[in-house]
Design a binder for this molecule. Structure first.
Ligand code: HEM
Ligand SMILES: CC(C)=CCC/C(C)=C/CC/C(C)=C/COP(=O)(O)OP(=O)(O)O
Length: 443
């Protein structure tokens, strides 16, 4: 029985929307069909958006075993490979949905071929063969690709800076430096971060496939199966938390496990529910330097909280500026971000926390973490990021947002390095008892 494009389309929509796993190229193909079947594209997108309000659904778990979805209109893979090039983090192209729809090339028939009108039935066998030929072949993973896939699954550059902040926390602690504990704390934090990021990507496949920035991630492109990704996450998380707990101390292991839970089970779902997700994410990013400090001292001191406060505030100019240029993307992904729903708040919070870094730096000597040199030497970079944050607040344009984001990437390592060079020297008690009292020249 011949199905009209519209009823065929509805059948496909039902199977795809039910799984909530819609890839952009599937969307584009369906939109192209829709335009043929005169279903308004905008209502199509609303239909798709409406069904994406679900977040953690049953599909996330039976998604573990990859299978093609058989529907009345033939085969369609849940999340398919994307051919177009990866968009840069701060891509300037107008990637709004409407422009994307306009970019879909109209499906023109080969010259000389008769255009089948809607009421001409395509033999079912020919149609099945055509669909079979068009079916996405499941990508076979090459073992040589695995390191790159795991690196992207772990968001390796982000993980690298996370480990750096943990290492800084360890080095800032007022105790003798123990290289073995330092190494175990760094490796444990790295493995825990890899776990957190892999699980985050596993949960966000249906939404990442709708965003230019994330549509080429390994799980979205089907480079590895969900089961493989979850196994990788466990293979990192179990030894990572065990190493922190048994190799370093239980407090640091607890913080590592807590952070994995916060990032995967609180921050990730909250991204689709409330702009408060950014504050939760900032706590996730603030915990690693605290872990570094507790790894060295075994206790949660005010100095650890100060380092955590540095990270907490730094993440607002970092992310709010980044998300400003990704508003269309985040909106298409269905995420609740300040830059999309509360633009003024987005700019204000970025400025507030940038200026807050100046105040936090002045707390360094007050809490006996650094000498009084630190607030002075860190003032130039804190003033510069505040200046860029003010320009972002005042103009709210792409260029100032981009400058502030990229400044945040070097500001944090610089701030931590300056704190290290201005670290308050603490003479161990036994040495103090022996050494004659000499006036200290600490500034
Ligand atoms: C609220 C917290 C945070 C949010 C929402 C956030 C978000 C993001 C996003 C969306 C990107 C672009 C990633 C991409 O290229 O696809 C990014 C890049 C980056 N983030 Fe963050 N981030 C946060 C905290 C942190 C923390 C705590 C660190 C490290 C200490 C960090 C380090 C980085 C680095 C190094 C990059 C550049 C990576 C690259 O270019 O691939 N971020 N961040
Ligand atoms: C020890 C331990 C567990 C450390 C974890 C540290 C960690 C992963 C911090 C990331 C902070 C964060 C909110 C990143 C944005 O994720 P996103 O999901 O918004 O980024 P995306 O949109 O690119 O996926």
């Amino acid at each position: 029985m011949y199905k009209t494009p519209c009823s065929r389309l509805t059948g496909v929509w039902k199977c795809l929307l039910r799984d909530g796993l819609l890839g952009v190229s599937v969307q584009q193909r369906l939109i192209a069909n829709a335009s043929r079947s005169h279903m308004s594209v905008r209502s199509l997108i609303q239909l798709c958006r409406k069904h994406q309000t679900e977040w953690i659904t049953f599909q996330h778990f039976c998604f573990l075993k990859r299978q093609y979805v058989k529907s009345s209109s033939g085969l369609c893979q849940r999340a398919g490979p994307k051919q177009e090039p990866v968009a840069s983090v701060l891509d300037d192209r107008d990637d709004s949905v409407v422009s994307q729809v306009q970019q879909i090339p109209a499906l023109k028939p080969e010259p000389g071929t008769a255009v089948p009108s809607c009421d001409q039935a395509e033999p079912e066998a020919a149609r099945a063969a055509r669909l079979e030929a068009r079916q996405w072949k499941e990508l076979k993973v090459e073992y040589s690709d695995l390191p790159g896939i795991y690196a992207r699954l772990s968001k390796i550059k982000l993980t690298a800076l996370v480990v750096t902040t943990a290492a800084a926390g360890f080095a800032m602690a007022p105790v003798p430096f123990d290289p073995v504990t330092f190494l175990m704390a760094s490796v444990g934090t790295c493995l825990s971060s890899c776990t957190a990021n892999s699980i985050n990507q596993y949960f966000e496949v249906p939404f990442d496939s709708n965003m230019n920035r994330t549509k080429n991630r390994p799980l979205v492109r089907g480079q590895i199966s969900p089961l493989h990704a979850v196994s990788f996450a466990l293979a990192c998380g179990i030894p990572g938390v065990t190493l922190l707990t048994l190799g370093v101390n239980p407090l640091t292991g607890f913080l590592g496990a807590l952070n994995i839970f916060l990032y995967t089970c609180c921050y990730t779902p909250l991204k689709r529910l409330s702009i408060a997700n950014t504050w939760v994410g900032a706590v996730v990013g603030a915990i690693p330097p605290v872990m570094g400090w507790t790894a060295a001292t075994g206790s949660l001191d005010p100095g650890a909280l100060l380092l955590g406060a540095f990270l907490f505030s730094w993440q607002f100019p970092h992310f709010n500026a980044l998300s400003w240029n990704l508003r269309e993307d985040y909106s298409r992904g269905g995420y609740r971000m300040m830059s999309v729903t509360h633009p003024s708040l987005c700019k204000r919070v970025a400025l507030r926390h940038s200026v807050g870094l100046i105040g936090l730096s002045a707390l360094g000597p007050v809490l006996d973490v650094t000498t009084w040199t630190f607030p002075l030497v860190s003032l130039p970079i804190n003033l510069y990021i505040s200046y860029l944050a003010f320009r972002f607040y005042h103009n709210g344009d792409r260029q100032n947002a981009r400058k502030l984001f990229f400044c945040s990437l070097w500001h944090l390592p610089m701030l931590l390095l300056l704190a290290l060079t201005c670290k308050k020297r603490h003479v161990p008690q036994d040495e103090a008892a022996v050494a004659p009292s000499t006036p200290s020249l600490a500034l």
